[in-house]
Every structure is written in C-alpha cells, then in structure tokens.
Design a protein around this ligand. Structure first.
Ligand code: SAH
Length: 350
C-alpha cells in the first residue's frame, strides 16, 4: 500500500517511473495534490483514466471508507465559526479517528493551527488533548490535508502555520519533518518557511535534531514554569528533561538557525503567575534572547486550573518587560467555540 500524498516529488517520480508511466505525470499529480489542493483523483483533469485506475489499486485510503479508494483526504464533520472570524474544524480520518484544526484570521494573513497526532502522550495537566493518551501519529498527508481542506473551504491561501494543535510534533518527528518539507516545496503549496512555528513541550534531543535539519522555521517551547520543581507539578515531561537541558538545546537551536526561541507560558491563577515567577523567567529568557508568549490558561472542564485575571496577566507582562524581555499576549481567539486544544473532539467522545 502506498500513500502518494506523503511522497516528495522525487519519491513520487520514482514511484510513477516504477509503474512504467512517464515521469512528467509525477509532477502533474504532485501539483494537483499540493498546489491545487484537490480532494480526489477524479478532479485531476489531465491525468489519464488508466493511470487513475492503477493508482486506485495501490493507494492507501484515508478518506471515508464508503468512498472509492483515493488520495488521502480528511472529511470535515463539524465546522464552527466564531464571532471573531476564527473557524474550528473537526476532521474525520479514514479509520474514523477525529482531529481538530483551527483557522485564525489576522491582519497579516490566515493562520492555521494543525494537529500532529491523534491524542497525545505528554500528559500536561492543563491540556484537554492528552486526556485519553496517544491513539496514533498522523501521516504527513493527514497533516498537510488540514491546510488543503481549509484553503478550499475559505477559498483563500493560508500564509502561516503553527503546529500547536493536538499532539506533540517532536514525538512524531519523521512525519512532521516530511510534512514541513512538503508544505514549503516550491512545486507544492510553497508556504514560506519563515511563517511556520513548531511548538514542543521540550524534547531536548529532538530540538537539536530539528536545528540540524536547517529548515528555517521558528521554534516555540512550552515552558509554563520557570523552575523544575513547579514545572514537574504541571508537566510530566519535566521529570525527564530539566529546564537547564531545555535551555541548552534552545541555545543550540538559536546558534544553528539564528532564529530566536519563543517560550509559551500559560498563566494559571496562583500557580505560575507570581512576580517571583516572572523574575525567574526573565533571567532564563535574557540568557537566550528568547521571546515570551503569554496566554491565560484556557479552563478545561476536566482540569482544575483557572486562568489568571487580566490585572495579573498585565502585571506579569510588565515585570518581564521591565527586565528587558520581549513579551506578547496571545489573543484568545475562538473562546465561544471551544478554542482550546482538544475541547471540540472531547465532546464527541472519540
Ligand atoms: N505539544 C506541543 C504542541 C501542542 S500544544 C506543545 O506542548 O507545545 C500547543 C500549546 O497550547 C502549548 O503551548 C500548550 O502548552 C498550550 N495549551 C494546551 N492546553 C492549554 C490550555 N488549556 N490553555 C492554554 N494553553 C494550553
């Protein structure tokens, strides 16, 4: 079984040549899938019927099982539109697993937040995506198709991608790297590498690997606490890697790529939002030249954490800024449509 949508143009060319078909068909297929974002072989008007039939025989389907076997294509089963323009998509995979993607509209363009796994095994205590553990990794085509289906839905190009949906992208490393290479490919969607952010809870070895890939993307690290003791109470992964180790790998990433790290920091009332926390965080950021992205934690019914109030958020921000740290507050888009990760899917119980 093959999955032609997860193949690079070179691999697809070999695959097509191996079928005894002319090599230029590979480029045509690639452009239909990745530049024109079609959802089926049927839409590829310049591909001969005979080749489509041969591809259907070998292609691994990720579409609804009642359809004929075709290229990977996600099925939107629920779309919610927020008053602020945010759209949240619940997609069904071929094996009937569900994932979420979110479209956010900013002045500078359309951003899509993609999922990288079905579920997650990192266990962060404030996060809804990890409640049922990890079901499986997404294939490169399944990550790509979140962007392609949304592009077609709104009939506009996506300019920015954040890999901040369900899952830990660096826990699905090979497929995520392949996804990144495909989405930036010039003959494909041709998305600017500078407009891609991958967010991790801090798998230090993989952060170094990612630096070595030379992709030119931005890295965000979900820190959420400025010291190991506190971090261990919020994020089980902190038992495995210390903040000192994270800082070392972040420094390596910066040194290798020249791109500054962003620390994600979700503020939770009385947990990690004190002035002392801000001072400790500032020290860490200063050494690395890192930015901080603050967000009041999104309350998830199953979790006990409460968001910090607006006053505390701005006091925390000021404290960081006084110490020379570059801080942004993430706008809380899509609150009225269960914007926080995993919430929509959880209500469907799959
Ligand atoms: N696993 C990756 C990417 C997915 S989570 C990571 O950990 O970075 C994307 C971001 O959303 C992370 O910063 C994560 O910590 C944050 N997040 C998860 N649940 C949240 C919640 N309830 N409120 C605020 N941020 C949350």
């Amino acid at each position: 079984m093959t999955d032609i949508k997860s193949m690079t143009l070179t691999e697809l060319t070999d695959h097509i040549a191996g079928m005894g078909e002319p090599a230029f068909r590979a480029r045509q297929l690639y452009q239909w899938m990745h530049a024109k974002c079609v959802s089926s072989l049927d839409d590829m008007t310049n591909i001969p019927k005979s080749l489509k039939a041969r591809l259907r025989e070998t292609e691994e389907t990720n579409t609804d099982s009642s359809n004929s076997v075709d290229i990977t294509c996600l099925k939107p089963i629920e779309v919610r539109q927020s008053a602020d323009g945010t759209r949240k998509y619940l997609f069904e995979l071929a094996d009937s697993n569900l994932i979420e993607s979110v479209l956010m509209r900013y002045k500078y363009g359309n951003t899509v937040c993609v999922s990288s796994q079905v579920g997650c095994r990192m266990g962060c205590r404030f996060c809804a995506s990890t409640l049922g553990g990890l079901t499986r990794n997404l294939t490169p085509a399944e990550i790509l198709d979140q962007i392609y289906r949304i592009t077609n839905d709104i009939n506009e190009r996506i300019s920015h991608i954040v890999v901040m949906g369900m899952g830990e992208p660096l826990d699905n490393y090979d497929n995520v790297i392949r996804f990144l290479n495909l989405i930036i490919s010039e003959e494909g969607y041709n998305l600017s590498r500078r407009n891609i952010t991958v967010s991790t809870c801090g798998l230090t070895g993989r952060i170094r690997d990612l630096a070595d890939e030379g992709l030119g993307i931005t890295l965000a690290i979900s820190l959420h606490a400025p010291n190991d003791e506190l971090r261990r109470t919020i994020m089980p992964i902190a038992e495995k890697y210390t903040i000192a180790e994270i800082a070392e790998s972040a420094a390596y990433f910066f040194e290798k790529t020249g791109r500054r790290i962003t620390f994600e920091y979700a503020l939770s009332r009385g947990v990690n939002d004190t002035d002392e926390c801000a001072t400790e965080l500032a020290r860490l950021c200063r050494d690395l030249g890192a930015h901080v992205n603050l967000i009041p934690v999104n309350p998830v019914t199953e979790r006990g954490y409460e968001p910090s109030g607006a006053d505390r958020v701005s006091a925390f921000k000021n404290k960081l800024e006084k110490q020379g740290i570059n801080v942004t507050i993430r706008r809380e888009l899509g609150q009225d449509i269960d914007g926080a990760c995993g919430q929509l899917r959880n209500r469907h119980g799959r």
